[in-house]
Design a protein around this ligand. Structure first.
Ligand code: GLA
Length: 388
C-alpha cells in the first residue's frame, strides 16, 4: 500500500527529492468516556488502521495538501505566512494547526512541504481520524525539521493544543495520547490528571474487539461536546464551594453522593455523576481485567453505556440501537458507545465464533430501525505513530 501511495504522491506533486513516509493509527476507547477533561482515567488502545502520510519538504513557504479521502477537494494550498483557521481549508486545518502549534511552542517550521494523506479509518466515525492526522503530522514535522527533543508525548500535547486553539474544539488528551503512545496488543491506562500511564496487555483469548460504525455523521465542533464540558466545569465549581478538589476525577462515588446537593441543577448533577462514576468504573475495569475476569470487564462496559445514555445523554437512537441489540446477542461480553458520542461508533467484545451472527443480527436490527446500514470492523490493537 505504501508503495502505491508513493506513486500517487509523485503523480500529484512530481518526482525527485527526499520523499518520506509516516503512519499514525486510529484509536478505540474501551472504557473511561468523557473522563479525560474531568481529571479522570481512560483506557484506550491504538488500532492497526490509521492515516498514512507521504511528505516532502519544499524550498518555499507553501504547504500543499492532498487527501485521497477527500479527492474532490483536490490539492489544497496553504502558507506558513498565514497560519489561521480557515473554514474553506477544510480538513487541512488539522495539519496546518499542528504546524502552528509547533511554532507556538518555539519550534519554528521555516520551509513548506507537500503532503499526501490516505486514511483507512472511516472519516468522522469516532475512531479519531482527526487526532490521527494531527499525530501523523507531528511525527512528520519532527522528522523533517529535526526537532529531535520533541517526544511522542509532546506530539500528543501539540495535537491537542492545536485542536483546542486552532480548530476550536475543546477536546481532552485521550485521543492524541492513545494515537501517539499506542502499543501493539496493549491498552493504555492513562491518568489524565497528570499523564502518568501504564500499558495493560489485552488478552481476549477466544474473543475479539468489534467496532460498529453508526454512519451517523457528526463533528465535535457542532456537537454538544463543548457544552458537556462546560456543564462539568460548572458542577465542579459548585462542589468547590465546599470541597477542596481540583477535578471531578478526585471524588469517589460516596463522596459525590454526600455532596451532590451543592450542584444547583439536576441536569448538572447527572453530568457530574457520570464523570465521577465512569472514572471509578474505569479503575475497577482495569483491576478486573488484570485479574483475568473479562466477564466483569464486559459488565462494566455495559454500565458505562447506560450512564452515557441516561446521565450524560450523549448516545442517541443510533448508538443505543447498536448497543441494546448487541447486549441481546450470544457471545457478547460487553458493548458500549466509544468516543465523544452523538453518532460515531460502538465497541463490543464478542466471542470469535459468534462474530458472524453478531454482525448479521445487529446489522439487520439497525437497518430496520434506522433506515441505513451500519459498518462492522473486527479490529486489532496496533502501535502508535511512527516513521515508516
Ligand atoms: C473525544 C475527545 C476526547 C474525549 C472523548 C470522550 O474523543 O477528543 O478527548 O473527551 O471524546 O471520552
Amino acid at each position: 500500500m505504501v508503495n502505491q501511495l508513493m506513486q500517487d504522491f509523485i503523480e500529484k506533486f512530481g518526482d525527485g527529492g527526499d520523499i518520506r513516509k509516516y503512519f499514525a493509527p486510529g484509536r478505540v476507547n474501551l472504557i473511561g468516556e468523557h473522563t479525560d477533561y474531568n481529571g479522570g482515567h481512560v483506557f484506550p488502545c491504538a488500532l492497526t488502521i490509521g492515516t498514512y502520510a507521504i511528505v516532502r519538504k519544499r524550498e518555499d513557504r507553501k504547504m500543499r495538501f492532498y487527501s485521497q479521502n477527500f479527492e474532490k477537494l483536490g490539492i489544497v494550498e496553504g502558507s506558513l505566512d498565514n497560519l489561521v483557521y480557515d473554514k474553506a481549508a477544510d480538513w487541512t486545518n488539522y495539519p496546518a494547526g499542528v504546524v502552528w502549534a509547533f511554532g507556538e511552542k518555539g519550534y519554528t517550521v521555516d520551509k513548506g512541504f507537500d503532503m499526501l494523506l490516505f486514511g483507512n479509518i472511516p472519516n468522522g466515525s469516532g475512531l479519531s481520524s482527526s487526532a490521527s492526522v494531527e499525530v501523523v503530522t507531528g511525527v512528520a514535522v519532527r522528522d523533517l525539521f529535526g526537532f529531535d527533543d520533541v517526544t511522542m508525548q509532546d506530539i500528543a500535547l501539540l495535537g491537542q493544543y492545536s485542536e483546542n486553539n486552532y480548530n476550536g474544539v475543546n477536546c481532552g488528551i485521550m485521543d492524541q495520547f492513545a494515537i501517539a503512545m499506542g502499543k501493539k496488543d496493549n491498552a493504555i491506562f492513562l491518568d489524565c490528571s497528570d499523564l502518568s500511564y501504564t500499558y495493560a496487555p489485552i488478552k481476549l483469548d477466544d474473543a475479539k474487539i468489534v467496532i460498529a460504525c453508526s454512519n451517523k455523521k457528526r463533528g465535535l465542533g457542532d456537537s454538544k461536546y463543548n457544552e458537556r464540558r462546560a456543564e462539568c466545569e460548572q458542577a465542579l465549581a459548585e462542589l468547590q464551594t465546599k470541597l477542596d478538589i481540583k477535578s471531578l476525577g478526585e471524588l469517589t462515588e460516596e463522596e459525590f453522593e454526600a455532596n451532590k446537593d451543592l450542584i444547583q441543577s439536576e441536569v448538572r448533577q447527572r453530568r457530574a455523576k457520570h464523570a465521577v462514576c465512569e472514572n471509578q468504573r474505569t479503575l475497577k475495569a482495569v483491576e478486573v481485567l488484570q485479574a483475568g475476569n473479562i466477564e466483569e470487564f464486559g459488565k462494566l462496559m455495559n454500565a458505562s453505556h447506560v450512564s452515557l445514555r441516561d446521565d450524560y445523554e450523549v448516545t442517541g437512537i443510533e448508538l443505543d440501537t447498536l448497543v441494546e441489540n448487541a447486549w441481546e446477542q450470544e457471545g457478547v461480553i460487553g458493548s458500549r458507545m466509544t468516543g465523544a458520542g452523538f453518532g460515531g461508533c460502538t465497541v463490543s467484545i464478542v466471542k470469535t465464533d459468534c462474530i458472524d451472527a453478531f454482525i448479521e443480527n445487529v446489522g439487520k436490527a439497525y437497518l430496520d430501525k434506522i433506515g441505513y446500514a451500519a459498518d462492522f470492523y473486527v479490529v486489532e490493537i496496533g502501535d502508535g505513530g511512527r516513521v515508516l
